[in-house]
Design a protein around this ligand. Structure first.
Ligand code: GLA
Length: 384
């Protein structure tokens, strides 16, 4: 892919580009906990967005998206969102200049193999890759964490999704064969090896695009904030659901709106599950980790209300599939993929079983991706 991107850039823009690869992410456990200042356990993967870039002599950013065969330009000084995917680039260009030096025009070519709308964070990868590319090209000196925050601000204010920091963080900080336990309150993180010998991470795509996710996502966030506001009256030190214990929550259940109570209960439990999950991972306790994945899914579906019938079906049938250790929905929800931990030697029969069952039920063949944990955003050169 890199060689053909370099070639097309050269043909289109007549210069050699800098090429940056920005991975998508998986998350083993800890869903919707990031914007509640809790923990997440993501890793960067071997599906990527590529950003090829070179300075031009204008004050315009000219972008060609190969996947959509679409070309769009905007001035580097643009402050307002436009329509569609170009907003990610407008936003990053804008925020990079808010704290750094102004930049001049660039030519950009984008391509990639992260399935769009599948919950593998193609938009976060785009922001991370493009931000990293500008940072390199203009010597701007932003840290990877600062670039992650710029991607998150872009998502908030140019795409309208009040997301947490997990996806941008994961794309920028990934490490081969490792996941990262990120504390979204202190922003400290540690690498933990994904060390279940003979097992692989396998994603099964519902093929339902999670386009509704944006509005419902923001509703969940508001419901969590409502819970925090209620509990703060009794415990002024509480800043987020991360600071809330199960005892504090249950003591006040009668004062809660039932839906908000369910949302908060899920988050408080999921944080605990993640901590237990990290212990299971460190102790190579695969059955224990698998149980936590199923419990996480149940919470996301029944209490947090972000699953859908297709995701529930995939998790249900995975429980009886060959070689399975654990499964749950992954990411924001309302479609996208389930994440499964599957015995390597059973992967072929797992895939057949999942695809045939799902097709019988929903008349669609789900795509399946066997994932490799990889390094975060970096420069790539063809032939290396
Ligand atoms: C989306 C968001 C993340 C996170 C997940 C759910 O991927 O971008 O910040 O909240 O959903 O865990």
């Amino acid at each position: 892919m890199v060689a053909s991107i370099e070639k097309e850039f050269q043909e289109r823009f007549g210069r050699k580009p800098l090429v940056i690869a920005a991975p998508g992410r998986v998350n083993l456990i800890g869903e919707h906990t990031d914007y509640n200042k809790g923990f997440v356990l993501p890793g960067a993967v071997d599906k990527r967005i590529y950003v090829a870039i070179a300075k031009n002599d204008s004050s315009e950013v000219t972008v060609f998206a190969r996947q959509f065969a679409q070309s769009i330009s905007f001035p580097v000084s643009a402050k307002e969102p436009m329509e569609g995917w170009i907003n990610y680039l407008i936003g990053v260009t804008y925020y990079l200049q808010q704290t750094g030096t102004p930049i001049t025009g660039v030519d950009v070519l984008i391509d990639g193999d992260i399935p769009v709308g599948a919950g593998m964070s193609s938009s976060a990868a785009l922001c991370s890759g493009y931000g990293f590319a500008l940072n390199e090209l203009f010597g701007l000196d932003f840290s990877r964490m600062e670039l992650a925050v710029i991607g998150q601000q872009t998502e908030h204010n140019f795409a309208g999704v009040k997301c947490g920091i997990m996806d941008q963080f994961a794309s920028l900080h990934g490490k081969k064969n490792h996941v990262m336990k990120l504390d979204c309150r202190s922003m400290e993180f540690e690498y933990i090896p994904f060390d279940f010998p003979g097992y692989k991470i396998v994603l099964v795509n519902t093929m339902v695009s999670h386009s509704l996710a944006g509005s419902e996502y923001n509703v969940r966030r508001a419901q969590c904030e409502e819970g925090v506001a209620l509990l703060k009256k009794y415990y002024p030190e509480i800043q987020s659901l991360r600071d809330v214990s199960y005892e504090q929550l249950t003591r006040h259940w009668q004062e809660f709106n039932a839906v908000v109570y369910d949302r908060c209960t899920y988050i408080v439990n999921e944080n605990q599950r993640l901590l237990a999950g990290c212990d299971a991972l460190r102790n190579n306790d695969l059955p224990g980790f698998g149980e936590m994945m199923y419990a996480s899914h149940k919470g996301l579906s029944k209490r947090y209300g972000v699953s859908c019938k297709e995701l529930d079906y995939l998790v249900d049938i995975a429980k009886t599939a060959p070689g399975i250790a654990g499964a749950r929905m992954m990411g924001g929800g309302f479609g996208g993929c389930t994440i499964n931990i599957v015995e390597e030697k059973s992967i072929d029969s797992f895939v057949d079983f999942m695809q045939e069952s799902y097709k019988l039920h929903f008349s669609v063949i789900p795509e399946v991706y066997v994932m490799q944990l990889e390094d975060g955003v970096k420069e790539v050169v063809s032939g290396k």
